[in-house]
Design a protein around this ligand. Structure first.
Ligand code: G3P
Ligand code: CA
Length: 250
């Protein structure tokens, strides 16, 4: 087996806590996750915020588009109690709030730019500026389904790691990733087939499939030496990893 498989908490620890909230990030960190994945949208007054959908309907007690709220307006909504009443009072974090929290930790930070449906012109520059302000570029991975955006990141910054997100069974995606100067593959779990894992390893390109929640999938990707997995259940995944390590199976 190659190196140890890293565990990234998806939207923090979305299986156990309200996704993309500070309490969810804290849970992933306390579980011992190697990294955290999160989603970025932009408010009306151009503050990058952490929320998966373009609207606040599914995860908060409000309705409407993120792009139509100012940051102060967005902060009025509850982002915890739809998951469970115990989390009432959680709010949509700003990216800056998250980076300030993450700065003194050793977590890897996977920021997904959610600029496929609403384009949010200038988002790339704003995210890079914040990454620079908190000196976090060396442990940051910027991913997106919008590969034009990844190319834009690369134009603005030659060093920061970028990762192509994709859902389909592409042929030799490591070659495609190089066309947008990306360094990693973040693929939908069903397309993380053995040929992809082997070819990417040969090309020295990390693969971090999402969203790997079932024990059998966690187990098989660890056994296959996959670089990382992105999971809603980081605590469970770390326990499986530890058990496999102790039994000498991985
Ligand atoms: O970044 C991996 C994964 O989160 C991409 O899909 O829809 O969960 O943001 P989604
Ligand atoms: Ca995501």
């Amino acid at each position: 087996m190659a190196g140890k498989t890293q565990i990234f908490g998806h939207r923090g620890s979305a299986g156990t806590h309200p996704e993309n909230t500070m309490v969810s990030f804290q849970a992933a960190s306390e579980a011992g996750a190697d990294g955290i994945e999160l989603d970025i949208q932009l408010t009306k007054d151009r503050i990058p915020v952490i929320i998966h959908d373009e609207t606040i309907d599914r995860t908060t007690d409000g309705t409407g588009w993120v792009k139509d709220f100012t940051y102060d307006e967005l902060k009025e909504y509850d982002a915890g109690s739809k998951f469970h009443k115990d989390f009432k009072g959680e709010t949509v974090p700003s990216l800056e709030e998250f980076l300030d929290w993450a700065a003194d930790k050793s977590l890897l930070l996977n920021l997904e730019l959610k600029n496929g449906i609403v384009r949010y012109p200038g988002l790339e520059k704003m995210v890079l500026q914040l990454a620079g302000k908190y000196q976090l570029k060396d442990r940051m991975i910027i991913s997106s389904f919008n590969h034009y955006s990844l190319k834009e990141i690369r134009k603005l910054d030659q060093e920061i790691e970028t990762a192509v997100l994709f859902m389909e069974g592409l042929y030799e995606p490591w070659n495609y990733a190089k066309t947008v100067e990306a360094q990693a593959l973040h693929c939908f779990l069903p397309v993380a087939v053995p040929e992809l894992l082997a070819g990417a390893a040969e090309a020295r390109m990390p693969v971090r499939p999402f969203t790997v929640n079932e024990e059998k999938h966690i187990d098989s990707l660890i056994n296959a030496g996959c670089s990382a997995i992105i999971t809603d259940w980081p605590e469970k995944a770390l326990r499986i990893l530890q058990d496999l390590t102790h039994s000498g199976q991985e």
